[in-house]
Structures are given as C-alpha cells and as structure tokens.
Design a protein around this ligand. Structure first.
Ligand code: OGA
Ligand code: MN
Length: 275
C-alpha cells in the first residue's frame, strides 16, 4: 500500500494529501520520504484542516530537512506573514503579490516553504502556484535551444519597481545599493530535471538589448503562469501547504493591508545552487 494517498488539484500541479492527522506527521517514519517524493512529482502539497500549532509545524518540517531559523518570533523557525503595520516585515511581504521564487537573490534558494493559515482574508488572499519545470518542458525545441545559454540579472530594484513605479531618488539609491545576482535562465538540477528561473526579481538579460531581454522574460513568465498552468489555493483556516521552491513560482492574490490575514511559515534550507 502507498504510504500516502493524494488527489490531483489541477491539470498542471498541486495535490491534496488525504487522511493525514497531526500524530502521523510526527510519528510515521515513512511519511517524510513519501511527502518529499510527492512534492517532487506535484510541486505543491495541500493538507486540509490540520490546524498545526507552531511547534508541530516546526517538528514536522525538521523531519523533512534542515529548517531556516529567522529568530523574528519566539519560535525562531516561524515567520509570521501579515501586512499588519506592526509587523516589521510587512513592506517586504508586499513583494509576495508578484510571481516569485523565495530567495531568488540568494546563492542557494530555499528548497521548500510551508504555510499554515491562522487567519484568512474574507475576500482575497488566495495563493497561486505555477511550475517552472513545466514552463521549461512546454517550450518548443527551438525555444529550449534559445534559452539554454541565456543569463539573467536579478535585482532588488526590479522587484520593488512593481510596487513603487515612481521611486524617489532615495529609494532608487537604496535599491541599487543592494547586490544583484546573475543566474542562468535554465536551471539544470542535480536530478537532471530542468526549470526556468523567472519571477519578479528578473531584471534584464546579459548581453541583450534591454527591451528585447525584458520582452523575452515577460513572454516566458506569461506562458509559465497562463491560467491553465496555475493552481490557486483558496485557504480555509487550518490548511497547510508546502511548495517545492526550486521548481514552483508563487504569489499571493491581492488583499488589503488592513486585513487580519495571518500565515505562519517555515522554510527548508536549500541544497543546490542555481546552475
Ligand atoms: C511566502 C509567500 C504568499 C502568501 O510566504 O513566501 O510568498 O500567499 N506567501 O502569503
Ligand atoms: Mn514567497
């Protein structure tokens, strides 16, 4: 018998893991491996209504791999995602409204992230996911060839410009003081799979006319995130979702800054640089 039963959630990615309770998350020795395998296959896993408390969430994540410690919360592995102005990271989290990979400016982006819904928004605040493995696979052979040697510069400025299209000189200077990061467009994973490295931080293409490079990036992102390629999760309180951050773009759907929406997040340490 399979260790976990799953149900597809969309044509392209996402699966619900069925019949799991909190005790099994912590005690079933076969479960972590089965979840990681299902995550590889499906890109996103949904556990409905688990109502994980922070300690259980962290304990489960530690069974999946090394967990990032952020220390902004009494439990250092938990980050509270909310736009509450009292949250020092609120402005940073506004960047999540655009398609992105977490840590796309890091040497090694995180392996996976896990969110549990504690308070949901009445109107918005769904989360959308799109596979960048599928984005690569869906290219024509010509396009695959064309993308193979392309290198892309990722900048903090590119991500901020979407939220602040008319920056002050001070804002610009601050953004430009941050280091940029160059990545190949096609990530050749150690598994042999390939994915496209896209998202809000992608600024321009090395050695290509600025407009032409942006058109290429915009076109690839539009194809990767076409409605037929997207899984959208409408949250209920207590749902937990994990995504494979190496091969899945995600974004939050709009919700007001005054919303009580609150997600608790844990992040698995990445193991592989983009190359
Ligand atoms: C994140 C993120 C999206 C959301 O936690 O990295 O992008 O819907 N969250 O809150
Ligand atoms: Mn994110």
């Amino acid at each position: 018998m399979e260790v976990i039963a799953t149900k597809r959630l969309s044509e392209s990615l996402g699966a619900e893991v069925l019949d799991i309770d909190r005790d099994r998350l912590l005690s079933d020795d076969a479960l972590p491996g089965a979840c990681l395998e299902a995550l590889d296959v499906n890109g996103v896993l949904l556990f409905r209504g688990l109502h994980l408390d922070d300690a259980t969430q962290v304990a489960f994540c530690k069974r999946l791999g090394e967990v990032v410690s952020v220390a902004s919360h009494p439990i250092p592995e938990i980050t509270v995602i909310s736009l509450d102005p009292k949250n020092p990271l609120a402005d940073y989290f506004r960047g999540a409204f655009e398609w992105h990979l977490d840590g796309s400016m890091d040497d090694i982006p995180s392996k996976a992230s896990l969110l549990t819904a504690h308070v949901i928004d009445e109107e918005g605040g769904d989360t959308e996911f799109a596979s960048t493995y599928a984005a690569y696979e869906n290219l024509s052979e010509d396009d695959k060839q064309r993308c193979q040697s392309v290198r892309v510069v990722h900048t903090f400025e590119a991500s901020q410009r979407r939220m602040h299209p008319d920056p002050t000189p001070e804002q610009l200077a601050d953004w430009r003081a941050r280091p940029s990061k160059e990545h190949p467009l096609v990530w050749e994973h150690e598994t042999g799979r390939r994915s496209l490295v896209l998202g809000v931080t992608a600024s321009h293409v090395v050695g290509m006319d600025l407009e032409e490079g942006r058109d290429l990036l915009d076109d690839l992102l539009a194809r990767a995130t076409a409605p037929s390629q997207v899984f959208r999760h409408v949250w209920s309180v207590g749902d937990t979702v994990i995504w494979d951050n190496r091969g899945v773009l995600h974004r939050a759907c709009p919700y007001e800054a005054t919303s009580p929406r609150e997600m608790h997040r844990t992040t698995l340490v990445g193991e592989e640089a983009i190359k």
